[in-house]
Design a protein around this ligand. Structure first.
Ligand code: ATP
Length: 267
């Protein structure tokens, strides 16, 4: 069973330096999650204790998962990426049991960042055959989150939702998800640094990252990743033909811009 457990525990090798932009959010995570863990006495003196979580919302592909993973890397902790879908089970009581197990694994592996994607699915009717099922699972989640103070020591909780307006208000009480953060599409300066980061470890000529950023309005982080992947593949193909490394150029990247749809435009 241990092997099974370890299968969903990661030890991330990225940290905040791999995240472009998002300065305010990083700061929020530092003060709410990282510092209380590093300086428990200081926070206690100000009547603040570790615990509670941060809920993020915003368009898909803009770094909620990536940022959570980087948070774990920042404090050299373990990381669990938990989709609510994988917890849901049609049999009475099984979803609650699955969820409890995830929390137990995190507690045994502390410090550990737990990231819950699509947290609103907790209340979904698919969790089992009864009408009240969603409610039971929400209650289980809240109970796990409240914990007994010391029980959740070193267990840090981040959640993501695409529809914060549907979140059950019980989640939002102090000590629970008492901070809600909007994770916006990357702005011009964030796109500039994301593109630069993504090319950092590749054979690429130096280029005007700001220029690329200005041509990628509405691109999510995931769109930018696709953009760089396309430019990279093109150069890889050329290199295979010529038998030597052909560096990625600014015009390779600008040519690829036309092939990617800016996915946050409608948001
Ligand atoms: P979803 O709601 O679809 O789960 P998400 O907000 O969790 O989306 P991620 O999966 O974190 O999005 O981001 C997709 C990819 O985009 C990441 O793997 C990463 O490569 C890149 N990315 C997103 N934002 C950033 C960023 N600020 N800096 C660097 N890379 C980023």
């Amino acid at each position: 069973d241990d092997d099974d457990y370890n299968a969903f525990i990661e030890k991330p090798d990225i940290n905040f330096s791999h995240i472009g932009g998002m300065d305010e959010i990083k700061d929020d995570i530092r003060i709410k999650i990282i510092e209380p863990l590093a300086n428990p006495e200081l926070f206690k003196a100000f009547g603040k204790k570790a615990g509670g979580g941060i809920l993020m919302y915003g368009p898909p592909g803009c770094g909620k998962t990536y940022l959570s993973r980087a948070t774990a890397g920042e404090i050299s902790s373990k990381f669990m990426n938990i989709g609510i879908e994988e917890v849901l089970d049609m049999w009475v009581g099984n979803s609650e049991k699955n969820l409890h197990e995830k929390f137990e694994i995190a507690r045994q592996n502390n410090p550990c960042v737990m990231f819950f994607d699509e947290i609103d699915a907790l209340g979904s009717k698919r969790s089992d055959l009864r009408q009240s099922a969603g409610r039971n699972l929400i209650n289980q989640f809240l109970q796990e989150m409240d914990g007994i103070d010391s029980k959740n020591e070193g267990v840090l909780i981040l959640g993501a939702t695409n529809s914060p307006w549907h979140i059950d208000s019980a989640f939002l009480r102090p000590g629970r998800f008492d901070r809600i953060i909007f994770v916006p599409p990357p702005d011009l300066s964030a796109r500039t640094s994301i593109v630069e980061m993504m090319l950092r470890d590749k054979p690429a000529e130096s280029m005007d990252y700001g220029k690329i950023a200005s041509k990628t309005d509405g691109f999510s982080g995931a769109d930018l990743k696709l953009l760089i992947d396309l430019a990279t593949e093109e150069k890889l193909r050329q290199s295979m033909r010529s038998g030597k490394i052909e560096k990625i150029t600014q015009s390779d990247v600008l040519n690829a811009v036309k092939k990617v749809r800016p996915s946050t435009k409608e948001w």
